[in-house]
Design a protein around this ligand. Sequence first.
Ligand code: HEM
Length: 342
Amino acid sequence: MASSGAMVLAMMGLLAALVCPAAAAATEFISMPTDNVGDHSYGVHATVCPNLENIVRDKVADARRNDISVVAGLLRIFFHDCFPNGCDASLLLEPSHLYSSEQDLPQNKGLHEGALQLIQRIRDAVREAKCTDVSCADITMLATRDALMMSGAPRYDVHLGRKDSKRPASFAEVGRFLPARDAKIRDLIQVFDSRGFNKGDLVALSGAHTIGKATCPSLEFRTGEPAWFVKAIKENCPRSGDKKHILDVTTPDVFDNKYYGNLLVGLGVLGTDMELLQHQETRFFVENWAKDEHLGWFHGHFAAAMKKMADLPVDPNGEYRDNCFRPKLVRNLTADGFVASA
Ligand code: HEM
């Protein structure tokens, strides 16, 4: 039964939504700490690993102080792991001679090495604190949430208790659900819709590009207007070499709404970002969030969509990996990445 506190909050949310529709999105991420999604709940590690959240926060803060790009690195890893088949750290499994890795897919090229290493460092610290039953998937989720908060994003609660996958996901499955770099707006809408995310979710989550960088080949698909800008970013970012280009040309490291303002004046760096203007409904969100000075609507919708992504269903037959990059029983994997029958 809902507690009286929960009911008061729900009533407040309803009232706020009636007075101000923008607040409806913002209230979505007010959640009670007793909620459950399948086997996952908010307080699941409270007894087995009471210090977990402090360990994650401290390690993330240290890493961010040394290299701010780790924040965007974590966020992209989170998206690419969770979106195709739920958050199970299957993306983290490194290529090996026994099986192929999701990291080999074109969409997964250029994952942030420092962010990958940070996830493993946190896993090691968690094990040193005698917490064995904590997955790399939960660690990735918490680390991403905390890193984002440190860069100005809102706090949102995440369900924990996931296990790590025992094998990489099927290539075909992952490839189908990760948007291509040359996707058009109808492709983006379709791929998000196929995972249960609406057009508002698509625009809110694309707001992730308010931080981070792209490798120069990713700029190839940015064509059109304004010609001076397209020419300038390409000249600044040759296809060869390992140079990168910031995604938000106004405030590259802050989780604000400048990304949307940039799109409206033609200063979007990726072709797929500019595509958000090509559909009436997605353009509606870009226009509104560009002028959402207090960030409540954008941040509320972003937080709710991140929670939704975190709660995508996963295969329950997982394990707790010590090494986030290898399944525990590699010998059971066949060459195509599937577990051989005993
Ligand atoms: C809407 C479809 C999307 C497309 C087509 C797309 C595409 C891309 C591309 C091409 C890059 C540059 C990769 C490289 O060259 O290294 C990139 C970077 C990035 N993407 Fe997306 N993305 C999309 C949605 C998202 C979402 C939903 C998130 C997270 C919620 C996200 C987070 C990021 C981040 C943080 C970076 C920068 C990574 C870094 O600096 O290390 N993207 N994205």
